[in-house]
Design a protein around this ligand. Structure first.
Ligand code: N01
Length: 549
């Protein structure tokens, strides 16, 4: 008896679902709403207890989105006309309220199984269906599976010596206790200075008795320029929403920034400085993506952005030695090729008596002890140790699921030497399986809700076309996968992203293949290629008509 047959026998009363969606973040929720509208029997399996995806798991103090209102929400007028935010960069609690509101408006929960983690999926060749196993032991049959697991579904904790000996409280930021954790009067340590570490630090710095930040690579954090938003302001802003959402669809990263046309090297020092100041005062990602067109392409142009950024940090940190640790003269990597974070008072923290930074580049972390963290023979005693150590991004959340395709090969095995896909949405040997926000699609280079809609619409159209053409089995070819992978890598080589050891390159996880994980050519070029493939009858896919079932 084959594996497939035994699984089929186990699921004696298999649920019949057209499209099983995994994950109820922006991408999954959009798929569900749009597919149901088109008459598909679609359902979501979600590991968390509510909607929200990462906003369910990442509820650590200070967690907030770094995309400005109104970019980080759905473009559906029925939703935004009655919804108002309290801040320009909303926090996790407000984002959860937004998801609850979307749930009510779109009536989603009735088609979502919460607290249901997908642990395995196996393709049943005889039926051209997926058998999807969840952590409650159930097996569900679906014609197609769309993975909407996001880029950060698998957290990463380094294998520090002695980690299990720590007697205080320790959590990874993405597994924060839902009931919260009070830092007041506690000795708090944070390992990691990515976006998560910066956000926790800003909260802990205000209430902890002592806060020690263990920094390996300085974060190049940008001014958030947070603002309160009132209803009257948003009513005025809403007149522009349709145009802004249109612009978001036409941009390279899913934001509404105007195009930048000038090189940083073709303008005078005064003009360059004025442009940088202007972007800085606008806040958010303006300084990252909306100053000059060659910041991420030309090292000399890039250096001008780094120098400006460094001068901003040094102006805020009173101790020059600490300022140098946070913003060294020699850039740790080119500006912007590792994802920047947004900060509100991060740099002022280091002027406080209760905050210290430990430079792990100078003196590496030796071990975790029962009482704290040991560096250079010194034990830093802690009550709470925060692991802000990031994620096995983009691929990790997918390959942690035991997904078995047509050759008995798992997705993990298929991607052992690096992820490979057709258009970032499909994988050879894994028919009837689609990925939103997956590897080799714009994913981490694109604003989440934008990608959920833009790439999501393409996937929905493909599913509709398959239904309309009575296709029961669609599979990316190995040739198409190889061609797409070469194309993604080729564009990646033209950028400076490979110059940093970032999660963009898979380089934050020991042993993970180094490759550019997100499509680096911009959403427009990406969609052009997806649309061309669809127009030509889904080039790069083998399509088969209905079998008798
Ligand atoms: O993770 P990260 P994150 N010893 O990978 C350090 C999104 N996000 O959770 O840089 C010591 O950025 C590591 O050091 P280094 C956003 O896309 C968004 O902060 O590898 N340190 C680094 O400092 C973001 O990019 C928001 O040298 C070690 C840190 O841990 C992505 O999620 C908020 C170490 C990991 O930083 C990930 O952010 C939060 C070791 N062995 C997150 N290993 C928003 O604002 C790792 N580190 C929306």
């Amino acid at each position: 008896m084959t594996g497939n047959q035994s699984k089929s026998a186990q699921s004696s009363q298999p649920a019949e679902i057209d499209v099983l969606i995994v994950g109820a973040g922006f991408a999954g929720v959009y798929q569900l709403q749009q597919l149901r509208k088109r008459g598909f029997n679609a359902q979501i399996f979600e590991a968390g207890a509510t909607l929200g995806g990462i906003w369910y798991w990442n509820c650590y103090p200070g967690a907030r989105v770094d995309t400005h209102v109104p970019m980080y929400e759905f473009s559906d007028k029925d939703l935004w006309q009655d919804w108002n935010w309290s801040e320009r960069f909303p926090d996790w609690a407000e984002l959860r309220r937004y998801f609850a509101y979307v749930d009510k408006k779109w009536d989603l929960s009735k088609d979502i199984s919460f607290n249901t983690r997908v642990i395995a999926a196996e393709f049943d060749e005889a039926q051209s269906q997926w058998l999807v196993t969840t952590d409650d032991g159930k097996v569900t049959r679906a014609n197609s599976v769309v993975f909407c697991t996001g880029f950060a579904a698998k957290s990463y904790i380094p294998e520090f010596e002695g980690l299990e000996d720590f007697e205080g409280v320790s959590h990874h930021t993405a597994h924060w206790p839902q009931e919260g954790l009070d830092f007041t009067g506690k000795r708090v340590g944070i390992i990691g200075t990515g976006a998560s570490g910066v956000q926790v630090a800003q909260e802990a710095g205000g209430t902890a008795a002592a806060l020690t930040i263990f920094q390996r690579t300085p974060i190049l954090a940008l001014a958030m320029q947070q603002k309160k938003l009132d209803v009257a302001t948003q009513d005025e802003m809403k007149k522009e929403y349709p145009a802004r959402y249109k612009r978001r669809n036409e941009s390279s990263g899913g934001f509404d920034f105007p195009e930048t046309e000038k090189s940083a090297l073709e303008v005078s020092d005064e003009e360059r400085n004025a442009t940088f100041e202007d972007a800085w005062s606008k806040g958010g990602f303006s300084f990252w993506s909306n100053t000059f067109n060659d910041i991420l392409l030309n090292m000399e142009a890039n250096q001008t952005a780094y120098d400006f950024w460094r001068s901003k940090v040094h102006a805020r940190v009173t101790d020059p030695a600490i300022a140098e640790t946070l913003a060294p003269k020699i850039a740790p990597h080119p500006f912007g090729v590792k994802r920047p974070s947004l900060e509100q008072n991060y740099y002022e923290l280091f002027n406080q008596n209760n905050v210290a930074v430990v430079d792990l580049k100078k003196t590496p972390l030796e071990k975790i002890t029962a009482a704290g963290v040991q560096v250079d023979g010194k034990e830093h005693e802690l009550d709470i140790l925060v692991m802000a150590t990031g994620f096995d991004a983009v691929t990790g959340g997918l390959i942690q699921i035991d997904i078995k395709g047509t050759r008995g090969e798992t997705l993990k095995q298929h991607w052992e030497k690096g992820a490979k896909t057709q258009l970032g949405v499909a994988v050879n040997g894994f028919p009837n399986m689609l990925l939103v926000y997956g590897p080799q699609s714009p994913s981490g280079f694109c604003n989440g809700p934008s990608c959920a809609e833009i790439q999501g619409d393409w996937i929905i159209k493909m599913l509709e076309d398959m239904r309309q053409q009575e296709i029961c089995r669609y599979e990316a070819t190995a040739e198409a996968e190889a061609t797409w992978t070469d194309h993604v890598n080729m564009i990646g080589e033209m950028t400076m992203f490979p110059k940093a050891d970032s999660w963009y390159m898979g380089a934050n996880i020991p042993g993970k293949p180094r490759q550019i994980l997100n499509y680096p050519g911009g959403v427009q070029l990406y969609m052009e290629q997806c649309n061309n493939a669809a127009k030509e009858g889904y080039t790069g896919f083998v399509l088969e008509g209905f079998k008798s079932k």
